[in-house]
Write a protein that binds this ligand. Sequence first.
Ligand code: CUA
Length: 363
Amino acid sequence: MMKGLKKWRLFSLLAVMTVFLSACGEEYISTLTPAGAVGKEQFNLLLFSITIMALVVIVVSVLYIYAFLKFRRSKQGEDYMPKQVEGSHVLETIWTVIPIVLLLILAVPTLISTYKFGDVAAMEQVDENGNKTELIVDVTAKLYWWEFSYPDLGIVTSQELVVPTGQKVYFNLKAADVKHSFWIPSIGGKMDTNVDNINKFYLVFDEESEGLKDGVFYGKCAELCGPSHALMDFKVKTLAPEAFDAWVAAMQATEGQTASKDSTDLGEATFAANCLMCHAVTSVTGVPGGAAMGPNLTTFGDRSHIAGFLEHNKENLVSWIENPEEYKPGNLMSGNYKVGNDGLSDEEISALADYIMSLSVEK
Ligand code: CUA
């Protein structure tokens, strides 16, 4: 009876753990389900370290329990005095050497991988025409959004990084204001973005993101940077190489695209009069209209989220435009932008939202 009860207790504990732990393995956001060569190798290192540490815990626990049971006073008698081993050279040597050996075993593969992941020499490689051979993305973290610029392709986007699968993608990481940290959990470990230097590393994206929840991998800011740190999310769309090339061509084709104050489209005219000074609607850099201090909106209609974390629909966009401070406290759009009595009318905001949602290079 007692035995059966115990078995059921264990069973229900496992069942409860399944419920809670099953959420840990979502493939679009979990370190535990890596989707790239870098992430997989880091995951293997993680397993390797945990195995060694678990072995230590098990061996120590067994020895402890053994000693605990064997040398009970009730068993050995009141006057039992165990063999005195203090100062034993043999024992001291054993428990000094074992940890050193374990640390060496841990250190060797960790160091090899660390140097490998930090090897960015290929970023300087050029072909016979002087073009870079590797894909390089400049990431700039800003209070509370992300800019992704492709210097050798002449294009820029924000909030949703787009990369090809099956090749190394090299990153130059920096911050525009305070320290942030760039992290795509399923793809690889995080790296800080600093104001005063550029950190470099590479990642590999093995899987196309199309079948995932929302069709993207999730990325996070992993360094406490202000009141909206937890909302400083970005997404990663991974495409097969041909699809990536088509996306690049579509991005480059937005050269010269702009919004006109004279447009008959109320949304476009409102955008031109109120938003264009901070938000570009062309992805091409280094041309008029290409530089902007706010997130580039050329691909807004293709994104999976608004402001990095809200569901992508017009209703949320209207609410965001009306009061961004309510959603992302401390963001730079708050307070610089008037709606209501002396600002935009409901009709203008609605048209503006329709216009922004229509911006796309994929449709
Ligand atoms: Cu940026 Cu946390």
